[in-house]
Design a protein around this ligand. Structure first.
Ligand code: ZN
Length: 348
């Protein structure tokens, strides 16, 4: 008999012992994490967790244990009894495939001629463990958003929750923020917010100091390639254009893709607050996280509207830059402090 055969027999023997143990005494009773804590604290019992079975077992119990089985009822437990850990979103199933889910060849098999192993139970979570609240679960597809991040309960086993088999995986992404503090003839801020995983970029701005005597109510806004601005808002290089596309604007269509990334269209002076512009927009091209990343670049606000091309295809000048700023990375507080426009002031 070689070493492998001896080892194989030993594994089978241990395997049989485990199955025999799994068969003994009463079936699992449900408990929650809260109830288990109660058991530890008030029952004077020692509880051993048997994760393979999804059960907890009383291993040392001078007297009988009294444990809450729900908010009202109490039940006495004795040495050897088991609780199945379920919390409230955990679904107990019976299966013969316990060890072999990831590797079917690892499923323990009975020796030749022996009866088949009985089914064994385990638990699996029916939702995602909540990232912030203990003993709380998120339903599949449920979304949870804070000012710092967004989490979504999606499909797929969660490697973070090894205690149970899971069917759903919590996916979280943090928000990135940037702020641009406007100087020159204007003053104010423009703030940006986007998930680290990409997607839409949210932009809010509040800018004061526009000339109320002129007839210009629309002002072209562009992101320039570099953050190297002069005090008179010159410099900063050309419009930020990493894809080498043509200039595009004004942007009636917020999802317009054929444009310089830096083409933000126009902002409008408020009719209620002369000389002031409060705006908000969503942009699918400007980004804080990938190759269209605008952080560290500059923004210029012009004296006139960006009217794009004239009839002959000549780019019309939006006038001189009257305000400018450099975008810097920031925390969520800049977004929290930012103004949101009245409905009438949504435009561009
Ligand atoms: Zn442009």
């Amino acid at each position: 008999m070689n070493k492998g055969t001896i080892l194989g027999l030993a594994v089978c023997f241990i395997g049989l012992l485990c199955v025999a143990k799994a068969q003994e005494k009463v079936p699992c009773l449900e408990y929650t994490e809260y109830q288990l804590t109660t058991l530890y604290e008030s029952g004077g019992c020692t509880v051993k967790r048997d994760m393979e079975l999804g059960c907890a077992r009383v291993t040392d119990c001078p007297n009988t244990c009294r444990v809450l089985t729900d908010r009202q009822r109490r039940r006495d437990f004795v040495l050897g009894e088991r609780w199945k850990k379920t919390m409230y979103k955990c679904d107990c199933v019976t299966t013969e495939v316990l060890l072999g889910e990831k590797d079917p060849t690892a499923v323990p098999q009975p020796p030749p001629g022996a009866p088949a192993y009985p089914p064994r139970s385990r638990c699996r979570l029916k939702g995602c463990m909540h990232p912030d609240f203990e003993n709380t679960f998120m339903k599949p597809k449920e979304r949870y958003e804070t000012k710092e991040r967004v989490c979504i309960c999606g499909k797929g086993p969660d490697p973070e929750v090894t205690e149970f088999n899971t069917l759903f995986r919590l996916k979280c992404a943090n928000f990135e923020f940037a702020i641009c503090k406007v100087f020159g003839e204007l003053n104010g801020t423009i703030v940006f917010k986007q998930l680290s995983s990409g997607g839409v970029t949210y932009i809010r701005g509040s800018i004061a100091g526009f000339d109320t005597a002129d007839s210009e109510l629309l002002h072209g806004v562009h992101i320039h390639t570099y953050g190297t601005l002069n005090s008179d808002c010159t410099g900063g290089g050309p419009h930020f254009n990493p894809l080498g596309l043509d200039h595009g604007g004004p942007m009636e269509d917020q999802v317009k893709e054929k444009r310089h990334v830096g083409d933000m269209g126009n902002i409008r002076e408020s009719t209620d607050y002369p000389g002031h512009s409060v705006f908000s927009k969503e942009d699918h091209v400007i980004s804080l996280v990938h190759h269209n990343n605008v952080a560290g670049r500059s923004i210029k606000i012009h004296s006139k509207a960006d009217e794009s091309l004239d009839a002959e295809g000549i780019i019309l000048s939006p006038g001189r830059p009257i305000g400018c700023c450099v975008m810097a990375r920031a925390d969520s507080s800049v977004w929290e402090k930012s103004e949101t426009p009245e409905k009438d002031d949504k435009y561009m």
